[in-house]
Design a protein around this ligand. Sequence first.
Ligand code: NIG
Ligand code: FE
Length: 414
Amino acid sequence: MKLFFGIENLAQIRSLDVKIVRGEEMADLPIIKNAWMATKDGLMEAFGGMDEFDELRFSDYERIDCKGCSILPTWVDSHTHLVFADWRADEFEYRIKGLSYEEIANRGGGILNSAIKLQNADEQELYKSASARLKQLIAMGTGAIEIKSGYGLTLDSELKMLRVIKRLKAEFPIPIKATFLGAHAVPITYNGDTDKYVSHIINEMIPAVASENLADYIDVFCEKGYFTVNQTVKVMEAGVKHGLKSKIHVNQFNAIGGIKACVDHNAISIDHLEVMNSEDFDALENSDTIPVALPSCSFFLGIPYTPAREIISRGLPLCLATDFNPGSAPSGSMNFVVSLACIKMNMTPSEAINAATINGAAALEISSEIGSITVGKRANFIITKEIKHLAEIPYHFGAPLIQDVYIDGEKFKA
Ligand code: NIG
Ligand code: FE
């Protein structure tokens, strides 16, 4: 039982029925100034303003003087590729010298390069490296995460990745969701026969993943040169038959009609959206599919940013995530994502914080347990350094103003 008092801003206060914020609602970040908050049994128990604070009620609680620091819920990172065998810093140099992501992939780099390394990697080593990365991310404020497979590309190696994620779920205190991304790229052994690989995904991989209960969601890289809209639909349909809802990589480099297909198939989220046309926006209106922007990928690859203003002005929700991976976003910092969203996508700090907390939770279907300061939710929150205004978090880009991270009411030690 802990009592945090003297909190400059207690931010993102919501009632339990708020599961997501859309359109204009995103501009509002509810805050109590000069606040206190109590936690008990790993949950948020109560909070309020210091002026209505009843000392006696909490006399046996451990007291933590926040001394002008602010509290907000931990980030929810709803899109990562956290499990991989090695970085791809060599490709980074090729890109600096002028090769595009596509050209690097065509020369044997990219996802297929990561797949060869992962296929040869030992499961225990994969666990160790992923676990070290996850600790760093939690220390940077991430309190719930999604992790994809997709660097295995063979039945055995995809299962190996998913078992690593399963172990992370068991050993870490934060909510973790696993996504099966067998359709990330076509393995070299298929000689470009994408249909044949899709049949293998549908007939062998998905049933095996589902029978071992290794995934919560299914994903496809719906993109020119990877998987067509029709192939994406086939994988989504096969996923649904095995209880896997979809979260799809779509519109990263080209708009090929994938968004409408995802909406028609009740995808939970559509992720990337750097390139959008008017049919894509129309398809999203009146749907429950959540748009997810990954600005670190745009920053790193030098591609367009997801058009946040147009998405929000159409009354839609927007979610922010890192896309942490060795190829297109080698940073798992949600603090940087929130800064980029403000600086490059013209989102206000309040919109960006909403997109990185409550809307991230919605994109992982865990808004009832995480994503806001709410009585009864898990006590996963960030204590910032001394700041007057929450806008200072994205404003001081690259300098995470995080003092402590609490998970289930306990201070996280990396
Ligand atoms: O989300 N676009 C597809 N997948 C990843 C990149 C994977 C890689 O390059 O290793 C992404 O950007
Ligand atoms: Fe991704």
